[in-house]
Design a protein around this ligand. Sequence first.
Ligand SMILES: [Mn+2]
Length: 334
Amino acid sequence: MSYARAVAAIRSAKTITLTTHVGPDGDGIGSCLALAIGLRRLGKTVRLAAPSKLSPVYAFLPGFGRFRILDEEAAAKKAPASDLVLSCDCGDLPRLGACGALRRTTLLNLDHHSTNDRFGDINLVDEAAASSGVVVEGLLRRLKIAIDHDLAVCLYTTIVFDTGRFMHSNTTAGVLRWSAKLLDAGIDAALINRKLTYTRSEAEIRAQSVAMALLVRDEAQPARAGIALDRATIAGAGVPDDWGDLVEIPRSIGGVEVAYVLKEKILKDGTLVTRASLRANPPFRVAPIAQSFGGGGHEQAAGCTIPGPISAALPRLLPMLREACVPPKAKRRR
Ligand SMILES: [Mn+2]
């Protein structure tokens, strides 16, 4: 990890563009907005770019309205060049979407995904950090930027999101101490949790009811459950984007250790792909499955894109999901 190189790159840059992965989430958005506040205080010219649309759930975050959506490579190439593009919470260049084409002198890759492929000129990747926001805070500390209320709101959002509201296995004593310091900055944690949890759209709830009806659980292997949404179902539901975190539905069933959601999607160039979102409970792992299809993420939360429709993706994916449900101990005995 090179905090020193990252600090030097930031100090010498005049213009900095902050960006995050496609389908920006609470960690990516919160990390960018925290850095935006901090780097402006250092007198930097800061721009915010996202490669796809942002959920209005995050509209309460300070600076949210400053994000520019650059979902076309041509538009990203036309955007003003920066001394530094700082990518937050993204494991590889393709996941930056069109924002990967932003013109820059230096690319700084700030992340915590175990599958990060070190695509930056400078790589600040801490796999032990529970959120990218934790890495951002480490950077701000070294830049001698004090954590005020607005910064704490952004950072707290990153940790609430990536620990699943302090429920996932990355919720360590250190994470709780780190979060407590943010509460010391005077934030209203209950209000933030409410904004993040209870501001779903009606469309999302209705879409989830469609998805729930399609839940599949294999009798022969009840540790595995999932939902597959083909184009016709997605079109019929009338909500192409607003599905929420669907994979938590099969995952929340007692006895399920490995969960998946498959969604067909037609890319801008017309090709049909299947997006797979995968989850597991420790010690089960899904990162290797995602990686085998060129995707990535965390050991227990990963995703990938598989060419073709679900009918072509599922036969390739199923044997791996079956294997992922075998307890590590049983594997050793075999
Ligand atoms: Mn993250």
